[in-house]
Ligand binder design. Sequence first.
Ligand SMILES: Nc1ncnc2c1ncn2[C@@H]1O[C@H](COP(=O)(O)OP(=O)(O)OP(=O)(O)O)[C@@H](O)[C@H]1O
Ligand SMILES: [Mg+2]
Length: 504
Amino acid sequence: MVAKPSDPPKSPLKPRSHSHHQTMSINLTTTQTVRELTRLERIGAHSHIRGLGLNDGLEARAGSQGMVGQEGARRAVGVVSRMIEEGKIGGRAILLAGKPGTGKTAIAMALSRQLGESTPFTSMSASEVFSLEMSKTEALTQALRKSIGIQILEETEVMEGEVVEVQIDTVAKKGGMEKTGRLTLCTTDMETVYDLGTKMIDMLSKEKITAGDVITIDKASGKITKLGRSFSRSRDYDAMGSTTRFVQCPEGELMKRKEVVHNVSLHEIDVINSRQQGFLALFAGDTGEIKSEIREQIDAKVVEWKEEGRAKIIPGVLFIDEVHMLDMECFSFLNRALESDMAPVLVIATNRGIAKIRGTEYKSPHGIPLDLLDRLMIISTEPYTHDEIRKILAVRCEEEDVEMADDALELLARIGMETSLRYAIHMIITSSLAAEKRKSSQVEIEDIKRVYKLFVDVKRSTQYLMEYNKEFMFNELDEEDDFGMVDTEKEGASPGKDEMETSP
Ligand SMILES: Nc1ncnc2c1ncn2[C@@H]1O[C@H](COP(=O)(O)OP(=O)(O)OP(=O)(O)O)[C@@H](O)[C@H]1O
Ligand SMILES: [Mg+2]
């Protein structure tokens, strides 16, 4: 990716020594990133969501940032997001409760986008706790600690300037040859010549520093970082790769004090400091269990840094989706964890009504034990109206780059009402393939009908099972089983149905 010359370097201490490695440099230093990368995101279930779509008064704007309807829940989550941003709450828990497909996961994703890069947001599904090679409580502890950010402030002195000249001489000395050198650096206001030791000479040649480069030298470590080529050299003849980055010649004093901010999570500090694992485990994700003594030491250290003003604690969010998959042990662990000083905000979601708590015979609302429920603020999501479904489908069409005729969209919205929002969403791309096959760039009613026949929704599939249950293996149909078929009976036939059957 070619950096635009107009981008000023925002964080000069970022390692960017080899221009062709730019995009790969691991950056613990700041949240500011100069690069703009082309969006390589795949289209996912929630990729159309860019935020909660609220105005300054936290009122839900109609169809904003990819969010449609669900005003109450969006507003409530907006209040939570503001409290998190102001650092007012930690250790609170919010439950998003509602029927399947009412946007609970979508709203959690919106919260994450809303909070932005600097607030840690960890998202997991409750069942992950059971599928890792570690105890459930360890998995939860790691997730909680991933959701707490620590901002470490560090002040360093650097020299920053444009290289005017590098002069290296080899002179004969007693006992062999020795290199001596001089480096001339300038800013727009001053110019200074420095004598170089052997170490610096090696460093300069390793980094291939030449006249016209803009560099920083860390005073304490002597580390040289190339920021780019000076604009004054942008017309030079020499063969510069397309990755060459142009920057302004720095202004003012050559010697500058820089404040560097390192953003890390508590979990990352844990891993780096647990000697068995080493930091490479961060890449493999294979961190194993971390000893509690290490965590205690780290917590104490972080508190100390905080008191000295060298670190800030940023409580983030841990989102656990499908939370009814947790068992008693996990729930009671969470109860306790929420009371710790460094707890993040916990957001959980479930579509369960009164259900058994996993691994027990006890029933409880949402499948969550009452003592945890008591600590939760509950936000409920409401089923969508026909209009809202239509709007969500329209947003998805745009996201998936599918053009759809108005009447086709209307039919799809009706199907969405009758079957499920997800089923309708899945029909978008499939019907666009059907349209493509007809060499049409727009999805018409006939494409929707075609796909409606090819892929059955849950209701039709269940109906089929009911009718032909004798021919399937291991069927266990009881008299009272209806699998949510009640709705259909109430309404008679599905409204899309007559249209469907007229299709060729
Ligand atoms: N208000 C909304 N605005 C825009 N898109 C939405 C909205 N609500 C839901 N969607 C989209 O509809 C689909 C289903 O919603 P989602 O997955 O959030 O449902 P859910 O409540 O989490 O359901 P479940 O209980 O089954 O997990 C997703 O693709 C989601 O992005
Ligand atoms: Mg969900």
